[in-house]
Design a protein around this ligand. Sequence first.
Ligand SMILES: O=C(O)c1cc(C(=O)O)c2c(n1)C(=O)C(=O)c1cc(C(=O)O)[nH]c1-2
Ligand SMILES: [Ca+2]
Length: 722
Amino acid sequence: MSIIFFGRGKPGRMALVGAGFLLLGTTLSGCSRSNEASNRAPVDTSKIAGKINGDFIVKNAATSEEWPSYGLDYSETRFSKLSQISTDNVARLGLAWTYDLGSTRGVEATPLVVDGIMYVTASWSVVHAINVRTGKQLWTFDPQVPRSAGGKGCCDVVNRGVAVYEGKVFVGAFDGRLIALDAASGAKLWEEDTRLSPDSPATITGAPRVYKGKVIIGNGGAELGLRGYITAYDASSGKKLWRWFTVPGDPSKPFENKAMEAAAKTWDPSGRYWEAGGGGTVWNSMAFDPQLNLMYIGVGNGAPWSRNRRSPKGGDNLYLGSIVALNPDTGEYVWHYQETPGDNWDYTSTQDMILADMTVDGAPRKVILHAPKNGFFFVIDRTNGKFISAKNFVPVNWASGYDKAGRPIELPGVRSATPYEIIPGPFGGHNWHSMSFNPALGLAFIPAQHVPLSLADDPKWKYRSNIPGQPMSGIGWNTGSLLGGAATKAKPFGRLIAWDPVRQKQVWSQEQVSPWNGGTLTTAGNLVFQGTADGHFVAYDARNGHKMWESPVGSGVIAAPITYQIDGKQYVSIAVGWGGVFGESQRATDRSSPGTVYTFVIGGKAPLPQFGKYEQGELLSGVPYDKKDVAPGGALYVSNCLFCHGVPGVDKGGNLPNLGYAPREAIANLEAFVFEGAMAEQGMPDFKGKLTAEDVKKLKAFIQGTADSVRGQPAASAKPKK
Ligand SMILES: O=C(O)c1cc(C(=O)O)c2c(n1)C(=O)C(=O)c1cc(C(=O)O)[nH]c1-2
Ligand SMILES: [Ca+2]
């Protein structure tokens, strides 16, 4: 895989928004399949999900019969007590049914299953309710997210799933709306805009949680200049109950609360951090301890990424890169622990948190287990936020470890204007792909990875400066960092790691074909389930990592599997659909199918659906260009196209096409895509008023020129030398 290219621009990590595959030559066969009316099945809907409340979620944790909330239980363990499927019989696992989600972008949802109905989301926040006994559709709800919202997300038009509570289903739409649906019919009950203003860069990709009758949701958008916050709404009426900002706003205005006043002391106002939002979005993780009456949130990275730009005199920049405990009744701050002081590398702490009770140094402790992007595994006391231990679970080069007080010992040179290889890179040693924790074995299962990338602080950055060469600045990104200016030495990897949090030690690991593998599920049957980037769904022996079973699926997998029991039978389901920030421009399998839910059962005999095949076009040729336009075209490409489309002719294309393999007519007529474009309905931004016809001419030159230089060399050396 190639993430980096050199020479002509300042390239970088692959991400973002929409564009079209069909017109651009990479055909995705089979994507027009959809759920027909005949697919629907009658169900007694009178009592669906009415019983789901806090007591039920706590009680269900003792049996794991249903899967009523995102991480299975309030502790988000993803440890199922079901053991009918075990290491003894998992080899006989077979397909029960598949269900076509009718989507072509990333599918990140953890499905919920209650009362025999599965609630799962596809890309563009579309909700599907499926009768689990038959695999047939009960209803769907499409929030009709305007496709122009695609350009506001950093990382594909994804959704990680719904919450269910007292007969309602809650979904966060990508455009920032929080929507309540009737669980039986899918009818909309209420809708609230979680954004502070219509021009806000806030999106929603995460799954809401419901604690004590409150639907709680954060937003994505730090890359585009958001000030992070989290909001609670009344589950029955949608009334806003509280909102907690994660970073301080303009210090000339009154602070919202004491926590903001304290945080402001750790920011340097000479950087006018509030103008670029400051960041700290709560775009993924939450957990809840009903006994302590504390909820925990994982807080994201800085906006801009570069601390030198955001807070020039330094400072920890609270509460970036932190776990924060809040009172769920009021949204009041209780404590915080900062994992990455003064974040500089997109090191979010938004990775899933798991609450566990364990004996550490002979004493029982109530802890949070956490493996954030920064590559260290944390054990934190969840009663008071005190640091217990941290140890790196992947190679890291930004800190040598943590001192006794829980502060990282930062290494020199990791905040400089000279490009340096940062490990982990901004994709993280672990991203949002859910970790699970098996308390019976005392092991956490981490979908770990490395995606090589170099960073450099960008002294020329200003808020919303759209400058060629500044990554994605053409559509509003504000990293303050330049990417890819130095050769990277570390190899990319994907690795499933079994980690002992008490000893802070790896117990076993499995190497995978590529980074960007799915979340994990572990069970009392001594199993770990995980989907892989190369399109397999796999079961391992949780004790030693031996592969026990696998099935091919229609594309790479990024979401996490679930398990549940109905009519006395245990099922395992997984929502499959390649994408997310890495999967927009990269791939590890040629299989490419629409989003599909797969459900497995012992002795299942259903045939696998026909898989689609991603057809790579020919390397682009014959688009006329002027050589002198290639270099300026490269800088424009970096600031407008790179994170979605990857490096032309070098990357392979993910759920969005690589332009170096597009048909000649498409690139020759690039204007038709860039301005009020042919792919607008797929979510591609409109560059009218942002790029000129002359700019597009340069982009064509860069795309064709790069394809030509790739053709001149064997594939492996397509990465230019320094
Ligand atoms: O800072 C943010 O607001 C924010 C939001 C999101 C998101 O909402 O998906 C991601 C990230 N950051 C991010 O850094 C990241 O690596 C990432 C990966 C993904 C994904 O869905 O594949 N989302 C996000
Ligand atoms: Ca981010």
